[in-house]
Write a protein that binds this ligand. Structure first.
Ligand SMILES: C[S@@+](CC[C@H](N)C(=O)[O-])C[C@H]1O[C@@H](n2cnc3c(N)ncnc32)[C@H](O)[C@@H]1O
Length: 383
C-alpha cells in the first residue's frame, strides 16, 4: 500500500480532465500535474485517496515524445495554463482525446468523428481575470494555493492586454489602480484592438464580430478568444433559415445577432437581466426576449411554439433535466449545442440521441490553447 511521501516510477499514459497526466502503479491509478503522455517519471505521492493516488513530479527520467520547454517562465507556479509542457499538436490530441473519452463514458457514444478548428496557440486571450496581492502587485492565483503570483508577462494574452500587464509590472501606478478597484482584490481586463478596458474604470465594451457590433458589460460573460468567436459564429449560425429559432442561454445575444437574418421569429432567453438588456440592443427588434431561467421559460407559452432551430450554450453543468426533456420533446429539426464541458455535453447528447436525434457534426473549437479546457459545437438533426 503506497504511503504519502513514497517515491515511485510511473509511465504516464494520457491526459485526463483537469489536465493531469495519469498512469498506473501496482494496479492503482496515479494522477500527476504537469506530466506528459509517454513521460517516465519519478513521482512523489502527495495524497492517498480510497481509489487513487495523487503525486508530483520529482524527476523526469525520460521525457515523453511531445514534451517541450514551456515558453512561460512562471509555468508550473501560475494557476493558469496546465498543458504548456506539450507541443501544440500534442495538446490538440489531448483535448480531442478528452472529448472522445467523455462522449464514450458519459454519452455512451463511441468513435465520434470530431473536426477541429485551431487557434493561434499564444497571444489569443482578450479577456483575463487578474488578482491583486496585498503588496499591490497584479497577477494570477498560484497553481497550488489561492495566494497571488505577481505576473509581468503572460504569453497567452492578446497584445493590448499583454502590454498593459507589462506596464503594471514595470512602472506600476498603484494609486490609480487603487482608485479603479475601490478595494476589490480581483478584476476583469479586456484587451481589444489597441485598448485595455478595466472593470471598475470601464463598463460597456463594443467589439466587432463577423462584421456586426456587439456590446457587453465588462463584468458579465463574453467569450475570451475573439479570433475563435469569428470562427464559431458562422458554424453555429450561417446558412440556416426558417420560421422560428431560439437562442437559449443567449448572454448578450451573440448568436441571435446573426440568426435573426435567417429566421422570421427569434426567441432570446437569458436569466441575467443586464446581459439580456445588451441582447435587446445587439439583436434588435426582430426578436422576442425573456429574462428568465431556461427552466422557467420551458413552461411558458413561447416554448410551445414550433422551432426550426434551437441553439443552447449552457454553463459547465450543461442542461438541467428539465431543459433536456423540453429540448428532446421540442422535435426541433435542428439543435445546435455550444459547450465548454465535454462531460455534460456528452451526457446531454446521449439523451438527445436516445430521443431520436442524429449527430450531424461535432467540432472542437480550440478556444483555450495551453490549457485542458475543451470547447465544442455539436449539431443534432432529427432523424
Ligand atoms: C456560456 S454563457 C453563453 C452566452 C452566449 N451564448 C455567448 O456566447 O456569449 C452562458 C449564459 O447562460 C446564462 N445562464 C446560466 N444558467 C442559466 C439558466 N438556468 N437560465 C438562463 N440563463 C442561464 C448565463 O448568465 C450566461 O450568460
Amino acid at each position: 500500500m503506497a504511503q504519502s511521501g513514497e517515491i515511485m516510477n510511473l509511465l504516464v499514459e494520457r491526459i485526463v480532465p483537469g489536465g493531469d497526466g495519469m498512469g498506473h502503479h501496482e494496479g492503482r491509478t496515479v494522477f500527476v500535474p504537469l506530466a506528459a503522455p509517454g513521460d517516465e517519471l519519478a513521482v512523489r505521492v502527495v495524497d492517498v485517496k480510497p481509489g487513487y493516488l495523487r503525486g508530483e513530479i520529482k524527476a523526469i527520467l525520460k521525457p515523453g515524445p511531445a514534451r517541450i520547454e514551456p515558453v512561460c517562465p512562471l509555468y508550473g507556479e501560475c494557476g493558469g495554463c496546465n498543458l504548456m509542457h506539450l507541443s501544440y499538436e500534442a495538446q490538440l490530441e489531448a483535448r480531442l482525446d478528452l472529448a472522445k473519452d467523455a462522449w464514450r463514458r458519459s454519452g455512451g457514444i463511441e468513435n465520434l468523428d470530431f473536426d477541429i478548428v485551431v487557434s493561434r496557440s499564444l497571444g489569443y486571450r482578450n479577456r483575463a481575470q487578474f488578482h491583486r496581492a496585498r503588496s499591490g502587485e497584479v497577477g494570477y492565483t498560484r497553481r497550488s494555493s489561492s495566494s497571488v503570483l505577481g505576473v509581468g508577462t503572460c504569453p497567452i494574452l492578446a497584445a493590448p492586454l499583454a502590454r498593459w500587464l507589462r506596464e503594471q509590472a514595470d512602472s506600476p501606478d498603484r494609486r490609480a489602480l487603487d482608485r479603479i478597484l475601490a478595494g476589490k482584490d480581483r478584476f476583469v481586463a479586456f484587451g481589444y484592438l489597441e485598448r485595455t478596458f478595466l472593470e471598475g474604470q470601464d463598463r460597456d465594451i463594443t467589439v466587432e464580430i463577423c462584421g456586426k457590433s456587439l456590446r457587453f458589460d465588462i463584468g458579465g460573460f463574453f467569450q475570451s478568444n475573439l479570433d475563435m468567436v469569428e470562427k464559431l459564429v458562422p458554424a453555429v449560425c450561417s446558412g440556416l433559415s426558417g420560421a422560428r429559432a431560439a437562442d437559449l442561454y443567449c448572454g448578450v445575444g451573440l448568436f441571435g445577432t446573426f440568426l435573426k437574418d435567417g429566421f422570421d421569429h427569434l426567441n432570446c432567453v437569458e436569466q441575467e437581466t443586464r446581459a439580456l438588456g445588451h441582447a435587446c440592443a445587439n439583436v434588435g427588434k426582430a426578436a422576442s426576449y425573456a429574462a428568465t431561467s431556461i427552466e422557467d421559460w420551458t413552461k411558458s407559452s413561447q416554448a410551445r411554439e414550433r422551432f426550426d432551430y434551437v441553439v443552447v450554450d449552457p454553463p459547465r453543468a450543461g442542461l438541467s433535466a428539465q431543459v433536456r426533456s423540453w429540448l428532446a420533446a421540442s422535435r426541433a429539426p435542428l439543435i445546435g449545442y455550444v459547450s465548454c464541458d465535454p462531460v455534460s455535453l456528452a451526457r446531454d447528447a446521449g439523451i438527445l440521441v436516445a430521443a431520436g436525434y442524429a449527430i450531424e457534426s461535432a467540432t472542437v473549437f480550440d478556444f483555450y490553447p495551453q490549457t485542458s479546457h475543451v470547447e465544442s459545437y455539436v449539431r443534432f438533426r432529427l432523424d
